[in-house]
Write a protein that binds this ligand. Structure first.
Ligand code: FEO
Ligand code: CA
Ligand code: CA
Length: 642
């Protein structure tokens, strides 16, 4: 972790390019989003860490991490210390859930009370806020004693363990504060709350009440219990949080071929519902499609809730479509429509964009709160020439008619993947986070991998067969820097980077990082499998990975500039303990704290609760490995990464 890892060779290379530009070459020598008036000088100052693979997390010298919240930690006053041997579902409802993923830091106005979201949403506090954390899924072989392996645990879990699992999924809202002793949760906070698979929610938008969402417990089709598969998400400027329902199909058991309607059977098959999925349906019949064939149609949506009002009821937004939502992130510009970008995390699935019907008005809190319920969803087509088009998903337009089995807009939203394919959207290599850099106003698409991509179906936007390394695309909306039109029908795009080692012998695994020469990327600067992404206040991109252990080192975080000479030149900042991926990178508004979610530590091989590969983060023989949120900061108090 010494400074030589900054790689003097690559600095020399960039001096050369900079000189060529100054000597009269056009700015287009530096490709991509471009037109950024900043000088492009790299402003990342940390000493890169090495690739590794062990039972610890890793940070650059001069940084510290507080273990802020771990699975089982009490988040409601009165819940005692975590004891996995005596854990019950009722106890789990009062504790931090399993497999933390997306994180939103929602600042608190210390003068405002619960329910005063309008005031809280204007706070810029970086020292007191609500940490809103997804709990994506459960792993009974790592949560409970007595299971010999992952397969037997997921296929034969007991009724009491299913109840704990359902209470460990969903979301947690926890007030946190930066103190002289580091970041701390505030257990007596009135905001602290769990959202689980038992939390009542409304269904709103075009699919609300549709017959395909009606069940025996809810003939109205407008009220559902709970959320599952909560992967990434987003935040709104009016102070609500969006959480995605991604891998929901695995929660449902049964044979879709027993359903009479062939389109409904195809729908359930497409989301992986099968007889040998986890056996929740044995103990809770709403997860058995033989009993409740419509219940899966009530999952796979984006969920919005108000963390500032602990009595508020979350709602599922059906006009954002139904698929394996990675998340939706917003572009909010005064007096323009809200634009939200999202990806469907599955092989050969699509990138989506939503445009609100009405415009965002910063001072109109009540008006803004309905911007995500009225608007149009689009899917992206990436053309070979570097242009692209957004294709509207509207019933009655083009092929989205009765001829293709669509009765109404509800059908288009429930089966939006099928609708997007009919429109000619481009099937992508597993789109994960899609997020806009607030500094250069361009949008970045994380494509994690796609081993099903065949040599004869590669295209310009998905250029590698059996893509095991993933890549990142840059979307450039029309308009000049500072005035890009994210609501336009067309865009330009380019390949920001291809994951992998730039010096790999196998061309199929050889990474490429913007216009950087292979020698410009250090031995630890390369990565694979981009998943989540965040931007710090200076506009640097921070990529979280999921899959690098396949290439011999931990998953972690890599930071890079998106403009200038150091564009797309990653530097390794954080490494996970073995078995884990890192999710939810989230900065405080001042950039001085970076929250990360370490998900599924000690997962893999024959690791179980009784014989785990390690016991991060407690390293206590009485405790299992625990998914945990870390608060990372520079010891001298300056912004992270600077
Ligand atoms: Fe839950 Fe797309 O990772
Ligand atoms: Ca993810
Ligand atoms: Ca992931």
């Amino acid at each position: 972790m010494s400074n030589e890892l900054k790689n003097p060779a690559r600095r020399t290379l960039f001096k050369a390019i900079g000189a060529a530009t100054a000597a009269g070459a056009t700015a287009s020598l530096l490709p991509g989003c471009g037109n950024d008036p900043r000088d492009g000088e790299e402003n990342l100052g940390f000493a890169e860490i090495p690739h590794a693979l062990d039972d610890q997390h890793h940070l650059p010298a001069d940084y510290s991490a507080d273990v802020l919240l771990r699975w089982g930690d009490p988040i409601i006053a009165g819940a005692g210390p975590f004891d996995p041997a005596t854990l019950t579902a009722a106890e789990q409802e009062r504790r931090f859930g399993y497999n933390n993923d997306f994180i939103a830091f929602m600042p608190l106005d210390s003068e405002a009370a619960p329910g005063e979201g309008e005031r809280h949403s204007q706070s810029r506090s970086s020292e007191r806020g609500l940490l809103c954390v997804n709990h994506e899924y459960t792993q009974p072989h790592l949560m409970f004693s007595g299971y010999n392996d992952e397969y037997s645990a997921t296929r034969g879990v007991s009724a009491s363990h299913v109840a704990i699992e359902q209470a460990a999924c969903g979301h947690a809202i926890v007030e946190v504060e930066k103190t002289a002793n580091g970041w701390q949760p505030i257990l007596e906070s009135p905001y602290n709350r769990r959202i689980t698979l038992n939390t009542a929610m409304d269904i709103v938008g075009p699919a609300a009440g549709d017959r395909r969402l009606q069940t025996s417990a809810d003939p109205s089709g407008q009220r559902v219990f709970g959320t599952v598969g909560n992967c990434a998400g987003g935040k709104t400027p009016w102070g609500t949080v969006l959480i995605a329902e991604e891998g929901f199909g695995g929660a449902f058991q049964g044979d879709p071929d027993n359903i009479a309607d062939p389109l409904e059977a195809k729908n359930h098959h497409a989301f992986g519902i099968a007889p040998d999925n986890r056996n929740w349906g044995d103990h809770d019949h709403r997860f058995d499609i033989g009993v409740e064939p419509n219940e899966p149609n009530r999952f796979g949506w984006m969920v919005e809730f108000d963390p500032y009002d602990p009595t508020s009821r979350p709602r599922k937004l059906t006009n954002l479509g139904r698929f394996e939502h990675e998340g939706f992130t917003l572009v909010s510009k005064p007096d323009q429509p809200i634009v939200a970008y999202g990806g469907a995390d599955d092989e050969h699935q699509f990138v989506y964009r939503y445009v609100s019907k009405n415009t965002y008005r910063p001072e109109a809190y009540a008006h803004n709160r309905d911007l995500l319920t009225e608007g149009t969803l689009f899917a992206a087509r990436f053309d070979e020439d570097g242009s692209g088009r957004w294709l509207p998903l509207v019933f009655g337009e083009g092929p989205l008619t009765g001829d293709n089995g669509f009765r109404n807009q509800a059908d288009v939203m429930i089966d939006v993947r099928r609708a997007a394919a009919l429109l000619g959207a481009t099937p992508m290599d597993r789109p994960e986070d899609v997020e806009t850099n607030p500094v250069n106003d361009c949008t970045y698409v994380m494509l994690t991998k796609n081993k099903k991509r065949k040599a004869d179906d590669i295209d310009a936007a998905n250029p590698r067969a059996r893509n095991s390394m993933g890549h990142v695309l840059e979307i450039v909306p029309p308009g000049k820097y500072g005035a890009r039109d994210h609501a336009a029908d067309t865009f330009k795009w380019n390949t920001f980077l291809l994951g992998g080692n730039p010096n790999a012998e196998n061309p199929a695994e050889r990474g490429a990082y913007g216009q950087q020469s292979p020698g410009a990327i250090s031995a630890h600067g390369w990565f694979a499998n981009p998943d989540n992404v965040a931007f710090d206040p200076a506009g640097n991109m921070w990529v979280a990975t999921d899959g690098c252990e396949s290439f011999g080192f931990h998953d972690g975080l890599w930071a890079m500039a998106t403009e200038g000479e150091m564009r797309a030149a990653p530097r390794h900042f954080f490494g996970c303990p073995q078995g884990a991926e890192v999710c939810g990178p989230e900065f405080t508004p001042d950039g001085k704290t970076l929250f990360v979610a370490v998900q599924h530590p000690a997962d893999g091989g024959d690791s179980t609760f009784d014989k785990p590969m390690h016991r991060w983060p407690d390293n206590d023989p009485a405790l299992p490995p625990r998914p945990s949120v870390l608060a990372i900061y520079r010891e001298d108090g300056k912004p992270v990464g600077s």
